[in-house]
Design a protein around this ligand. Structure first.
Ligand SMILES: NC(=O)c1ccc[n+]([C@@H]2O[C@H](COP(=O)([O-])OP(=O)(O)OC[C@H]3O[C@@H](n4cnc5c(N)ncnc54)[C@H](O)[C@@H]3O)[C@@H](O)[C@H]2O)c1
Ligand SMILES: [Zn+2]
Ligand SMILES: [Zn+2]
Length: 365
């Protein structure tokens, strides 16, 4: 094993186009794994971090965290994967030993690994390049902690498998792990992107009686119907709170807000029945992250729940979702709008930012 040169899409300045260039990728250290990437999808969190919408973002950085590939080499003490394994790559890094991990909330792990304070990427000028979103998958290969990987069967297509790294698990598991939506429930999903479509799929498979999709684009609402939504509302054209109340009678049991807009969080509370729950998934820019809640709406019984990646336990939930996909119950192939080569990543990002695509995926072969 030795350090290798790879092509990667580097962000030198927030908001500026990415530069595709050669970087050096170091060998995996103990408990780390080098993955030859096959596909990486663009999540809205990549866009927000590359545009500098959240505090703490550093440059130079390589984003990309919803990926799949083949294990190329493993560092010392790795026992969960081996060279040649097909894997989903996620940003969920966990120690298995902290209070959060022991309580079953590995997405909230407080443990620290070597990768939390150093990167395995260096530019040709000798500058350390940050592994954005703990991964740096907008590149031909990446080095991540072994806990970030989940093995998948060899016959699952890489492009579809990549989606399981973030958007699918966050949307779907917000429904099954956080809200635990019951049969017959009335559900609303606001924001029909990579997360929202999978919240819809989770609600449908949980037996929800009503699944109302809300977006500002008619094309997204048409996609929502394909994924099982029973009703759709265009938030540009209608008072959404009133429209949901009308469709639900007494209001919704659950509202999943996967649009990164504070206005949508506030709207979600007005859509609930007296014992309903609003689940917050979207991550607005810092400038828009606060929202106002009528406290009386809560003290009469309503709840607000936060979702960090659907409280997914990746090694249990991803295999479960792969089985649903193989049984034809979970749509993944249909989420992929377009595939691009790494050299066209700026075009892929701009297209994703316009909001019309469900998921754009970068492929490497
Ligand atoms: N909580 C988590 O762990 C987690 C994980 C991944 C992503 N995210 C965040 O979730 C959000 C969604 O990510 P995504 O990749 O699905 O995004 P996306 O861009 O694929 O989809 C967002 C959708 O919201 C719609 N939208 C925008 N404004 C709206 C409004 N006012 N009302 C209704 N719909 C509106 C857009 O048209 C689009 O269809 C982002 O903010 C992202 O950063 C959170
Ligand atoms: Zn993501
Ligand atoms: Zn931990």
């Amino acid at each position: 094993m030795s350090a290798m040169n790879i092509q990667a899409a580097v962000c030198y300045e927030h908001g500026a186009p990415l530069v595709v260039e050669e970087l050096s990728l170091a060998d995996p250290a103990p408990h780390e794994v080098r993955v030859r990437l096959k596909a990486v999808a663009i999540c809205h969190s990549d866009i927000s971090s590359l545009r500098g919408e959240w505090a703490g973002g550093r440059t130079p950085t390589v984003a990309g965290h919803e990926a799949s590939g083949v294990v190329e080499s493993v560092g010392p003490s790795v026992d969960s994967v081996a060279a040649g394994d097909h894997v989903v790559v996620t940003l969920v890094r966990s120690c298995g030993e902290c209070d959060a991990c022991k309580a079953g909330h590995s997405v909230c792990c407080d443990g620290k690994t070597a990768l939390d304070s150093s990167s395995r990427l260096t530019s040709s000028a000798g500058v350390e390049v940050e592994q954005g979103l703990r991964t740096a998958a907008f590149a031909e290969a990446c080095v991540v902690h072994e806990s970030q990987l989940v093995r998948i069967p060899d016959d699952v297509p890489f492009v579809s498998a990549a989606l399981l790294g973030c958007g699918v698990i966050t949307g779907f598991c917000s429904v099954t792990n956080i809200a635990k939506v019951n049969r017959g429930a009335k559900v609303v999903v606001i924001g029909i992107g990579g997360l929202g479509l999978n919240a819809i799929q989770g609600a449908v498979l949980s037996g929800a009686a009503k699944v109302i999709a809300v977006d500002v684009l008619d094309s997204k609402l048409a996609a929502a119907r394909e994924f099982g939504a029973t009703d759709t509302i265009n938030a540009r054209a209608t008072d959404v709170v009133e429209a949901v109340q009308k469709l639900c009678g007494n209001g919704a049991d659950y509202v999943f807000v996967s649009a990164g807009r504070s206005q949508a969080f506030t709207q979600s509370i007005g859509m609930l029945n007296k014992y309903g729950s609003s689940v917050i998934l979207g991550m607005p820019p810092d400038a828009d992250k606060d929202f106002v809640v009528d406290s009386h709406a809560l003290t009469t019984g309503r709840n607000i729940l936060g979702s960090k990646m659907g409280d997914t336990c990746i090694r249990e939930d991803i295999p479960r979702l792969v089985s649903l996909y193989q049984e034809g119950k979970l749509k993944l192939d249909e989420i992929v709008s377009k595939t691009y080569l790494l050299g066209d990543i700026n075009e892929a990002l701009e297209d994703a930012e316009r909001g019309e695509s469900l998921r754009n995926v970068i492929v490497f072969d």
